[in-house]
Design a protein around this ligand. Structure first.
Ligand SMILES: Nc1ncnc2c1ncn2[C@@H]1O[C@H](COP(=O)(O)OP(=O)(O)OP(=O)(O)O)[C@@H](O)[C@H]1O
Ligand SMILES: [Mg+2]
Length: 346
């Protein structure tokens, strides 16, 4: 990306370089900065006119890009995370809706997640990130994130973000690193990870020493389950239209199955749709790992999809184990990788 003279100059004593793990997913951004874990929905709402008040949420922020290496963003303002949905519930942008979404909205959401942290005038970040196909998009993704970015967060003072990228790895590699660190898997064995994300299900075979042997990306993650619930006939009968994906997601994530504040509960519809979703959407992923099953010590399901209510039993029936930290394993491994890279560079 081209540097521009419009960038507000950096000044003062530079704070230390911090290692950052960034898992910018189809459904949620998982960002770890200095041991602080931030998770915000992967939603963006570009702003063209004025807003009334600056909204507040632990799961989003208002960002204005003042200047820096992303010349295409200069002068742009956007709401990130939950605030994007809150502002425009029927037309907010979701990463999952665009196959290039992780690159096109990656920096906007990374900055949006930083916007939820206590204010600092300057961040110096050394980032390890992942993407669903790092072989194909790694360098483009790195270029979209890297550089100097001067932003205004929540209409307050200027924040300078100086961001270097030390690694872009395949999604799942981070989970393998933290799987080894927390003894979920053993170092000298072969293991299969099944990352059930929002937009994809990715199966990865890791051999001894965590070497990546094979990988298969299947389109269709938990978002297809939200769609199936939204389009379910009982849901349409009750709401007189298709369900709101975000409200369905929120009701599943908090385990109540409550649809917003309506008092309507969709637990029964979830139970109806879960099994067919598992067999349809995970079938391709299971087929892809089949040649390696008998040589592998464990098959580990990760990603938010492995935390879905009642999924543990369905996966256990296929000899797949889960971890209570499934959503975070990839990001935590990226954070470890960022720390290793940072130590080596000093
Ligand atoms: N308890 C839970 N915690 C977190 N996510 C959950 C939970 N229950 C269900 N989910 C859902 O799991 C889905 C996958 O979450 P995850 O964070 O792994 O996706 P992602 O990494 O953003 O997507 P992708 O891997 O496709 O890029 C999300 O749609 C989320 O709503
Ligand atoms: Mg993911």
């Amino acid at each position: 990306m081209q540097s521009t003279s419009l960038a507000v100059p950096f000044s003062g004593v530079s704070p230390p370089l911090l290692a950052v793990g960034y898992d910018g997913g189809n459904g949620s951004v998982k960002l770890i900065v200095d041991s602080v874990e931030v998770r915000i929905p992967s939603y963006v709402q570009p702003l063209h006119g004025e807003i009334y008040d600056v909204p507040e949420s632990p799961e989003g922020s208002l960002i204005e890009y003042l200047g820096g290496d992303r010349s295409d963003l200069i002068g742009k303002r956007w709401l990130s995370g939950y605030l994007a949905y809150q502002n425009n519930p029927q037309a907010y942008q979701r990463v999952v809706d665009d196959r290039a979404g992780k690159i096109q909205l990656g920096l906007q959401l990374l900055l949006g997640a930083i916007g939820t942290l206590p204010h600092r005038m300057q961040w110096n970040l050394s980032v390890a990130a992942s993407i669903q196909d790092a072989q194909a998009f790694g360098s483009e993704f790195k270029e979209s994130l890297e550089g100097k970015h001067s932003i205004r967060i929540n209409d307050k003072g200027v924040t300078h973000v100086d961001l270097s990228v030390t690694a872009i790895v395949e999604e799942g590699s981070g989970a393998m690193i933290s799987g080894l660190a927390v003894n979920l898997i053993r170092p000298k064995t072969q293991n299969i990870f099944l990352d059930i994300g929002c937009g994809t299900a990715i199966s990865s075979v890791f051999g001894s020493g965590g070497k990546l042997i094979a990988r298969k990306i299947t389109v269709g993650g938990v978002d297809s389950l939200f769609n199936a619930i939204a389009q379910n006939i009982d849901c349409r009968r009750y709401l007189k239209r298709e369900g709101d994906r975000h409200l369905i997601r929120a009701g599943i994530e908090n385990g109540t199955f409550q649809y917003g504040t309506t008092g309507w509960n969709f637990r029964q519809i979830y139970s109806t749709e879960l099994k067919p979703w598992v067999s349809q959407n995970l079938a391709i992923a299971f087929k892809a790992i089949d040649p390696w099953r008998e040589q592998s010590e464990a098959i580990v399901a990760i990603g938010g999809g492995s935390q879905l209510p009642a999924i543990t039993q369905l996966l256990a029936a296929r000899n797949v184990i889960t971890s209570p930290d499934g959503t975070w394993l990839n990001a935590r491994g990226l954070d470890r990788l960022a720390q290793i890279k940072l130590k080596r560079s000093i």
